[in-house]
Design a protein around this ligand. Sequence first.
Ligand code: PHE
Length: 340
Amino acid sequence: MENKLREIQLRVMQSIEEARQSANLEQIRVSILGKKGELTGLLRGMGKLPPEERPKMGQLVNDVRAAIEEKLEARAAELKEKEKAARLESEAIDVTLPGPERGAGSLHPMNIALQKMIEIFVGMGYEAVEGPEVEFDHYNFELLNIPKNHPARDAQDTFYVDDNIVLRTHTSPVQARIMTTRKPPIRVICPGRVYRADEADATHSPVFHQMEGLVIDENITMGDLKGTLDEFARQMFGEGIRTRFRPSFFPFTEPSAEVDLTCANCRGEGCRMCKGTGWIEVLGAGMVNPRVLEMCGIDSTKYSGFAFGMGVERMALLKYNIPNLRYLYENDLRFLTQYR
Ligand code: PHE
């Protein structure tokens, strides 16, 4: 038995020395010192020894056990160190390597179009002004010659906050605010968000953007309006793009016009986009109704003016040949980042 013990000690010490991983040490420990381990088995067999040999053998087994445990511990500490060193090495970060690339953001195509529109009018001497999106009925309707029960209110599918307050249905209330607070000459554009209770589809959204323009001075005529919009069309869509005025009606302008632009897709030849007409309807415009001037405290015998309003999303769709308004609102980065 003594020999057997010595043999176990030698063999186990050897394999502990050769262990390469902490997990191997645990296997060794269980196979020798565990409940069904070799040494444990020997200890159990001691009952068969003559009584006088038992203390000596007991002592021997304990010594071997202690030696193995000590060796296991020492080797475990060694391996732990090694494993830590290896882990640190593998996790080492080379701070001189270039970092992961973070794509720069880009402007939304609607905003690119809007910036371009603002730029063009600022270039013609206009000032960009803003007004509230939650607006008094007074500015959104009354001062624009749309009294309560006026049929034009139906056309605008208004979101009412209460009897006197609405989400503005167009940017025209900003021109009412400007006219009541400033003296002519006035030359402003009013870009901003507007709201209408429309179902979202390829050409409609309950929230969209408009840009209104307003000019008031002495001797302003429809010719000035036409010239201004022609110049805008040229700068926005390129040489050869012209405007066409068709008679229309708005309570706040008289006379009023719907304005078409030469279809930028076919340059007026007629294509699917313009339904073969060569023209695309893009904005409403007209001479400011003298009643509106008077309500806003401007002398209509001395001053005249023109106003126009256009949809910003619509301009973006036309400029970039985007077939569906939804693309602008879904905000899929693969779509948005095409426009810079
Ligand atoms: N406010 C009109 C609309 O939203 C557009 C418009 C503005 C028409 C100015 C004429 C003059 O439909």
